[in-house]
Write a protein that binds this ligand. Structure first.
Ligand SMILES: Nc1ncnc2c1ncn2[C@@H]1O[C@H](COP(=O)(O)OP(=O)(O)O)[C@@H](O)[C@H]1O
Ligand SMILES: [Mg+2]
Length: 333
């Protein structure tokens, strides 16, 4: 069925450029399928830009990455405006973007994650960088990896081998977030598993072989810098295990519609779940479309499947009259 779709792209996060690419690719795909597509490049006045969509579109396709887009905030506004939207709802989006909170949930569900230490800007300011780094070195050892808690695209992420490098990395990562996660570095291979649609379809495991040793921003978005192997050349049993863990991680956070679960495999084949992406990249180089292609789905098919997940996700039972109470917003409508 033809829909009037607003593709929301851009936004104000550090992943704005990637989002513009995802959004343009999705918009082109949905137009090819006959949908009436409006591309909305969101800027700082996001709420004002979203307001006029109320009543004039059937669905919002979220192609936003990072904070104030992938993190539940835009989802919350769309709920209030009663504009059906793709993917996960408010809570799952907020949990998934927050690596520390995600890991708490994963641990509670027995999903294996890398050991870590978290530290805030205030704690670093209080103790000084050197003391902070020395403390982490004692707790975690080397090599380790410093990440901003709520960033994506490997931005602000540094692999370190000693206390001096750790100090440097903490300083660097603080430019991205006031809360930092330092994880034990898992030496090994990198795998990702996409989940697509309401069922969901569990895509084949995809191995990422980055030419730089780890999958940084440049390797993610520069053609030719990364090799993608799908299905990943790993034993069938391990592949099934990763798919099982991916579904578990997706469900544990309460994700809906689409997600991509990132893993590291250590040298003994032990899997560690890094994170769940609730609005995975949809550029030409992106992983979900690549994995889906291995199952025979075109890029347009993927966009169409994600679009079919558009609805309001907040259960309005008992909420009384208000936006979204009218017909047409029931799940599956
Ligand atoms: N604990 C770890 N051990 C080894 N490599 C890691 C670890 N955590 C992250 N990485 C590398 O950094 C990249 C980005 O980390 P990730 O947690 O997926 O954050 P994001 O993709 O949101 O920036 C991963 O794709 C992987 O290459
Ligand atoms: Mg990732």
């Amino acid at each position: 069925m033809m829909k009037r779709v607003a593709v929301l792209k851009g936004g104000v996060s550090r992943e704005r450029e990637v989002s513009l690419r995802s959004g343009a690719a999705v918009a082109a795909a949905l137009r090819k399928r006959g949908h009436e597509v409006r591309e909305v490049d969101l800027g700082p006045a996001m709420a004002e830009q979203l307001l006029p969509l109320q009543g004039s579109v059937d669905a919002a396709f979220l192609a936003l990455h990072g904070r104030l887009g992938e993190d539940g905030t835009v989802q919350g506004l769309l709920e209030l405006l009663a504009i059906p939207y793709t993917g996960s709802g408010v809570l799952a989006s907020a949990l998934a973007i927050d690596k520390r909170m995600s890991k708490r949930v994963f641990r509670a569900h027995g999903i294996p994650v890398a050991d870590d230490v978290t530290i805030t800007a205030a704690e670093i300011a209080a103790s000084g960088l050197q003391r902070a780094a020395e403390g982490i070195a004692v707790d975690l050892g080397f090599p380790c990896i410093v990440k901003p808690n709520c960033e994506g695209s490997t931005l602000g992420t540094f692999r370190v081998r000693n206390t001096e490098e750790l100090e440097e990395a903490l300083r660097g990562a603080l430019a991205y977030d006031r809360l930092l996660l330092v994880e034990r570095f898992i030496e090994g291979r990198e795998m990702t598993v996409g989940l697509l649609g309401d069922e969901p379809i569990v895509l084949p495991v995809l191995e990422v072989v980055a030419s730089k040793g780890f999958y940084d921003y440049e390797c993610k978005y520069t053609r030719g810098m990364t090799e993608y192997l799908v299905p990943a050349p790993i034993p069938e049993s391990l592949s099934r295990e990763l798919q099982r863990l991916a579904v578990q991680a997706h469900n544990a956070l309460g994700c809906e519609g689409v997600s991509r679960v990132d893993f590291m495999l250590d040298e003994r084949g032990g899997a560690f779940c890094l994170e769940v992406n609730t609005i995975p990249g949809m550029t030409e180089l992106s992983l979900v479309p690549k994995a889906a292609a291995a199952m025979g789905y075109s890029f347009e098919d993927v966009a169409e499947i994600i679009l079919s997940t558009a609805r309001l996700k907040v259960d309005r039972t008992g909420c009384g009259g208000g936006p979204g109470q009218e017909e047409g917003n029931e799940p599956g409508a």
